[in-house]
Write a protein of this length. Structure first.
Length: 445
């Protein structure tokens, strides 16, 4: 405990590297841009730079989907997902700007004017190399961007959105080739073409290894199956998963896997669920609330059902800890990673506190286990539920300071719905807890 050294997140160095790469792309464009004498040249060169930046960001978008451990376990899956969503939005905007500006510039060269963009686009697709594939890829990117808009995303089943989202790989593949065959920058700079091949080749290798080969290796080695399904409270079940040498998977309390259960109707669905207990050599456990078709179907899994898992993922582990005292805050089914951390985080009597928020006492899943852990470890266990008339409990800075006068000297681990997490975060900041000591991870994308 005296040698607590929190694991540093590589987020800042990674972001600096991304900006350095973008600066290199801009330098490539500037170095190959002659003096701009007229409006047509300005439009075409604006199309060039937006295209180059779009191509660079496409590689990063795919990299963020590759589930590289350095990102998933050090930066955090939720943060990488936010980077991916933001990069995707910028990429689509740059692609559309590149398309509009380039076709406008070509139309002006042909004497068609702004109104001739559509015809110029059709002509370019028919005449220029690899432009047909680029047009299909652009259409796929627009489709993926559309279904990822918040309002549309909420109307689409998760599995549908997930599988359509995988078309990103096809879109990037289709748009890649025209960058080299029609891009002036790569025609006059062979080194730039080599670097571009290296960038996309490296990203492709990472995707193949971490999205395909590593999961195959993991599942062949550990041979996981459903051992039992236990109902914890109405609508919440625990799934016990057995296998061979599971302790060698490298999973830690607070992490999650993406689970695929090879049962009828579930083989094509892969969902992220946290471990709700510390990993054992021959047993893993997840605890899930029925909030969709997939999670509701878990209660009907039979013993012996084969399980396909990818992971472990997530940075909400003991490695984040920087202080001796720790407050764990759980909202609803967010108790699952908190329960595992409550069991395993090192600490003397009085060092650990768990605050569990639920709508009612009947919704306090795993409560008996939590109470037993609390008693064995000398830890503090508190719950916050609605009053009989439905009034929500007060979780404010004042309340937190009253319950834990030294809360500003705690690390805080938190998991729960986005609204709850935001409310608790603001209360913690108001109570004097520095932002760097509030650790939160969400599966929301």
């Amino acid at each position: 405990m005296r040698r607590i050294r929190p694991r540093r997140s590589p987020a800042v160095p990674l972001l600096l590297a991304v900006w350095a790469g973008a600066a290199g792309v801009i330098w490539l464009w500037w170095n190959n841009t002659p003096s701009i004498a007229d409006d047509n040249s300005k439009i075409l060169n604006a199309g060039r730079i937006t295209g180059l930046l779009a191509g660079y960001l496409m590689a990063l978008v795919v990299l963020q989907m590759a589930r590289v451990p350095a990102l998933e376990r050090r930066v955090g899956s939720d943060r990488v997902a936010r980077w991916h969503a933001m990069s995707g939005r910028y990429t689509i905007c740059l692609v559309l700007a590149h398309l509009f500006l380039t076709m406008w510039g070509y139309a002006l060269q042909s004497g068609k004017g702004l109104g001739g963009i559509v015809q110029q686009t059709i002509d370019s697709v028919n005449q220029l190399p690899d432009m047909g594939k680029a047009a299909i890829g652009t259409g796929l990117l627009v489709l993926i961007g559309f279904i990822s808009v918040g309002g549309v995303r909420r109307l689409i089943p998760y599995d549908t959105w997930y599988h359509v989202h995988l078309l990103t790989y096809a879109a990037v593949f289709l748009t890649f080739w025209h960058q080299l065959s029609t891009g002036n920058d790569f025609a006059v700079e062979p080194t730039a073409k080599t670097v571009w091949y290296g960038l996309y080749g490296s990203v492709t290798a990472l995707v193949i290894w971490y999205r395909i080969l590593a999961p195959i290796r993991l599942n062949l080695k550990h041979q996981m199956r459903v051992e039992a399904v236990i109902e914890e409270t109405p609508g919440i079940v625990s799934v016990l998963i057995s296998g061979r040498k599971l302790h060698r998977m490298g999973a830690e309390a607070g992490q999650f896997f993406r689970w695929r259960f090879l049962a009828p109707g579930m083989r094509l669905s892969s969902h992220p669920y946290s471990l709700s207990a510390a990993p054992r050599p021959n047993m893993l456990r997840i605890t899930v609330k029925a909030i969709g078709d997939h999670s509701a179907a878990l209660r009907d899994l039979g013993p012996g059902t084969r399980v396909w898992a990818e992971g472990p993922y997530g940075a909400l582990t003991a490695a984040k800890r920087s202080r001796g005292k720790v407050l764990l805050v759980a909202g609803g089914v967010g108790i699952t990673p908190m329960r595992a951390l409550f069991e395993t985080l090192p600490g003397a009597s009085g060092d650990l506190t768990l605050l569990y928020r639920a709508n009612s006492t009947q919704d306090l899943a795993l409560w008996d286990e939590l109470a037993s852990i609390s008693q064995e470890r000398g830890a503090r266990l508190m719950y916050a539920v609605n009053s009989p008339d439905g009034e929500r409990p007060d979780i404010s800075a004042e309340t937190l300071r009253r319950k834990l006068p030294d809360i500003d000297r705690h690390d805080v681990f938190m998991c729960g719905p986005p609204g709850f997490a935001q409310q608790v975060y603001e209360a913690l900041r108001g109570a004097g807890v520095p932002a760097r000591r509030i650790h939160h991870e969400s599966f929301e994308m």
